[in-house]
Design a protein around this ligand. Structure first.
Ligand SMILES: Cc1cc2nc3c(=O)[nH]c(=O)nc-3n(C[C@H](O)[C@H](O)[C@H](O)COP(=O)(O)OP(=O)(O)OC[C@H]3O[C@@H](n4cnc5c(N)ncnc54)[C@H](O)[C@@H]3O)c2cc1C
Ligand SMILES: NC(=O)c1ccc[n+]([C@@H]2O[C@H](COP(=O)([O-])OP(=O)(O)OC[C@H]3O[C@@H](n4cnc5c(N)ncnc54)[C@H](O)[C@@H]3O)[C@@H](O)[C@H]2O)c1
Length: 455
């Protein structure tokens, strides 16, 4: 048995950052990772998808190149090249992570961990053999994996997931996407750009029901313009056929035939085979580790961060969980409550979001003002010939504080941070309305947005 000060189980964003930090600080640290050096985000999620989004966007730009006076004869996706691009980016980041792990001085262990007692794991090492480790403090950061819903025939048609679709050796003729959430929409538009017919099926009455109806409607329209067929409010009843010709039967009797099915119906926590009961760590009904707002589990000196702890499923949230836990391990008292969490849906144009929607603010009884600006009103968007989009802001009428924004448009994810910073600083909206913002930039649109009231 090896005793360490800090044992990190699963090398996701929060866990690996904490492990490196503690090791650099001179503590004895071991981190066990079952295979993906750097975690899900780098290997099979954010980084490879955003690398492919870059390719899809470039293709779309090239197809409209004549609008900006450039003639291009032919542009098409080349799958071997696309994969080489994606694998190049991922490989570079994996190598960098590995070097940083080693340089930090931690004991980086490639293998699969399972708890056998409180704060104690047994590790099946990737290259054979076993080790047993015990931590004075233990952090669980085992993340999530794609959830495949139980629908008759689905398993038999060998559906793709967000992981396997990026290993495909061909571009699907007709991709049927089950789930129109973040994963589903980013892949749907990407594969439409690469040349696939794409159909998205979602059980919700509209796409992104957590967003205001006007915002989700405008985005849905853009996806349809790009050739994505979208059916919302549908129940998927049965799958039949096999690779190459899959029939999806809906509860209303309609049938959709596609070449491939992508399941993008949410993610489930990696806790089933982790031996958490032996460690005294409780999970909720869905299998997520139960934590309090200091990220402590039900077992002493045992903590959890990131997706597996039920935190909002974003890499930057896992990173913030690291900050909170670092403070708490040092005797502090930081909590997850009241965090201002931004996020971006990397469609084209992208949807950048922070804070409250109009719907939620009004439902909470707040007296709000709503501003809306078509992206076409922003000079920079015109110079880029990329004018699709709608910006929306929600402001508290009395205090003039910004409550939230939805920025649907090109480069919105970059502009979002400007608004987020104003919100963190507690600035009134007038600070952005009246700031001198360099011309012509997308951020300059904030001057106009906060002068475009709908009431
Ligand atoms: C397709 C896709 C795109 C995404 N894009 C974005 C994006 O653009 N921006 C964003 O912020 N978020 C994005 N996300 C979400 C983001 O990937 C996750 O929220 C983030 O990776 C969660 O990090 P984590 O710290 O919870 O752990 P993970 O990064 O999930 O890491 C968990 C690690 O634990 C390891 N592990 C599991 N079990 C064991 C075990 N028993 N022993 C040892 N190791 C184990 C796993 O191999 C894995 O490496 C995306 C997700 C998907 C699926
Ligand atoms: N850009 C980003 O930051 C980014 C990108 C991808 C994923 N993520 C993260 O990963 C998480 C998981 O993404 P996701 O898209 O898998 O989940 P999600 O929860 O965002 O969306 C899942 C969708 O699938 C639908 N669905 C579920 N079961 C269904 C069924 N049987 N039939 C039809 N529709 C069904 C749901 O109604 C929902 O709209 C996201 O919530 C997000 O936190 C982030």
């Amino acid at each position: 048995m090896d005793d360490v000060d800090l044992l990190v189980v699963g090398g996701g964003k929060g866990g690996k950052t904490l492990a490196m930090d503690a090791a650099r600080g001179g503590r004895r640290v071991a981190m066990v990772e079952r295979g993906m050096i750097g975690g899900t985000c780098i290997n099979v999620a954010c980084i490879p998808t955003k690398s492919l989004v870059t390719s899809a966007r470039l293709l779309q730009r090239i197809r409209r190149a004549d609008e900006v006076g450039v003639r291009v004869d032919k542009a098409q996706a080349d799958l071997p090249l696309l994969r080489a691009h994606k694998e190049g980016v991922v490989g570079g980041m994996v190598d960098l992570n590995h070097r940083q792990f080693i340089d930090s001085g931690m004991d980086f262990i490639l293998g699969t961990a399972r708890f056998t007692a409180e704060r104690t794991v047994e590790v099946n090492l990737a290259d054979g053999g076993r080790r047993v480790l015990r931590g004075a403090d233990v952090v669980i950061d085992t993340g999530t994996v794609p959830r495949v819903p139980v629908v008759p025939g689905l398993a038999e048609v060998s559906p793709l997931t967000s992981e396997t679709i990026m290993e495909l050796a061909r571009i699907p003729d007709h991709l049927v996407v089950i789930g129109g959430g973040y994963v589903g929409l980013e892949f749907a538009q990407m594969f439409a750009s690469f040349g696939s017919d794409v159909t998205v099926l979602d059980q919700n009455a509209r796409l992104l029901p957590g967003e205001d109806p006007d915002v989700s409607e405008v985005l849905t329209g853009f996806l349809r313009e790009d050739g994505v067929v979208i059916h919302t409010g549908v129940q998927v009843e049965r799958f039949s056929g096999g690779p190459g010709a899959v029939t999806v039967r809906l509860a209303d009797g309609r049938e959709i035939v596609g070449s491939d099915v992508l399941v993008a119906a949410g993610r489930e926590p990696v806790t089933r085979d982790l031996g958490l009961a032996a460690a005294g760590v409780e999970v909720d009904d869905l299998g997520f580790v139960k934590v309090d707002d200091r990220l402590a589990t039900s077992a002493p000196h045992t903590w959890a961060v990131g997706d597996v702890a039920g935190s909002p499923q974003f890499t930057h949230v896992s990173l913030d969980d690291y900050r909170i836990l670092k403070a708490n391990l040092a005797g502090g008292d930081r909590r997850t409550t009241g965090r201002l969490v931004p996020w971006n849906l990397f469609t084209d144009p992208e949807l950048a979001r922070v804070g409250l929607t109009e719907t939620r603010a009004r439902a909470a009884g707040m007296d709000v003002r709503v501003a809306k600006l078509p992206v076409a009103a922003i000079p920079r968007a015109r110079t880029m010939r990329d004018t699709r989009g709608l910006w929306k802001a929600i402001v508290d009428r009395r205090s003039e504080r910004i409550l939230g924004v939805a920025l649907l448009g090109p480069e919105s994810s970059e502009v979002l941070t400007v608004v987020q910073t104003a919100m963190l600083a507690g600035l009134p909206y007038t600070a952005l309305r009246d700031a001198i913002i360099a011309h012509p930039t997308m951020a300059e649109g904030l001057n106009a947005l906060f002068a475009s009231w709908t009431d």
